[in-house]
Design a binder for this molecule. Structure first.
Ligand SMILES: [Zn+2]
Length: 334
């Protein structure tokens, strides 16, 4: 499968080549047919080579030359949810003087369900799924290909998603993101690559007074960055070739000038921050040598079991607190 981006009008349109045929996704405004033919010529494709056309939605800037192309042999696929919108733009073009617009000829289109349209495409080697994605308009569809390519027409770009919480736009994106797209092709915005979320592996030390008693644990307040002032367990990134235990000993030496003995693993915390995924191995530790000098943290406290909730934990660290509470000894020293 190959995707060609065609830029010949204000709308980005796409020619998708399957092994046994070609699909055009969207067209430009009325009058752009000659420019469309030239753009196709540049990739050595003739209009007559196009087998099927899908239109993301029937606004004038996406379907202005669809009938001219269909007149040369391509079959316009019209999923049932789009049927009643085929002529939505006719009145817009009717107001334009000298418009080259030709309305869709209903008797020539192929009306079918989303699934049937997907089946037809599969027969020409274009494997994917067509999804109803209202939001921009009720008739909007998106095309997801198994290659990870996703065509969304005028669905609001992913980077605006925060602004559309609780709307059809968010619902549509939920459906699409579940398909795990890798590239998003928009009707007007620039093509975007969706990065695989970065994953960071760290190790954290829950330093206690002793492995037997565990009556007090040591916490530090971060002295830098976005989470400055939040409370956490000291530790840091596991470097390539290091075990989590080695990383902990090294980090505690660097941050606190202290040597620790690494004991049992308490848990591995998996946490999704907005920008990355954190995987944090947490271990009980006790001091072998040193007095926990604060080289990076801005504050530190020894906390008893009763004091565990008295500091403002960072989001990942707080998920560990219940486990620690269960394993800690009480203050009375029993
Ligand atoms: Zn548009």
């Amino acid at each position: 499968m190959k995707v060609h981006e065609l830029h010949y009008s204000n709308t980005n349109t796409y020619l998708i080549e399957g092994e046994k045929g070609k699909l055009l996704f969207d067209t430009g405004w009325a009058g752009s047919f000659p420019a469309f033919c030239r753009a196709l010529g540049e990739i050595k494709v003739a209009v007559q080579d196009i087998d099927y056309i899908l239109i993301s939605h029937y606004h004038p800037d996406h379907m202005g030359i669809v009938q001219e192309i269909a007149d040369l042999g391509a079959v316009l696929l019209v999923p049932d949810i789009q049927e009643s919108f085929l002529h939505a733009a006719d009145s817009v073009f009717a107001k334009e003087k000298n418009s080259a617009f030709i309305p869709v000829r209903d008797d020539r289109v192929k009306k079918l369900s989303l699934e049937e349209a997907g089946d037809l495409l599969r027969r020409i080697g274009i494997n994917g799924t067509i999804v109803n994605t209202p939001g921009h308009s009720a008739d909007s569809i998106s095309l997801y290909l198994d290659s990870g390519d996703l065509f969304v027409g005028d669905l609001n770009p992913l980077y605006e998603l925060e602004m559309h919480k609780g709307t059809q736009i968010e619902e549509s994106w939920k459906k699409l993101l579940a398909l795990k797209p890798r590239r998003v092709y928009y009707g007007h915005a620039k093509t975007a690559t969706i990065g695989q979320a970065k994953s960071i592996r760290v190790a954290a030390a829950v330093i206690c007074d002793s492995f037997e008693r565990k009556s007090r644990i040591f916490a530090t307040a971060r002295g830098y960055g976005d989470f400055k002032g939040g409370w956490e367990f000291p530790g840091g990134k596991i470097e390539a070739g290091e075990t989590p235990e080695d990383a902990l000993k090294r980090e505690i030496r660097e941050e606190l000038e202290t040597t620790v003995r690494v004991g049992e693993k308490i848990d591995t915390i998996e946490y999704d921050y907005p920008a990355f995924h954190l995987s944090m191995d947490c271990f009980w530790c006790e001091i072998v040598q040193g007095d926990l000098k604060l080289l990076e943290a801005e504050a530190a406290r020894w906390l008893t079991k009763d004091e565990l909730d008295s500091v403002n934990w960072l989001p990942a660290d707080i998920t560990l607190i219940e486990k620690i509470r269960e394993e800690m000894g009480s203050n009375s020293g029993r």
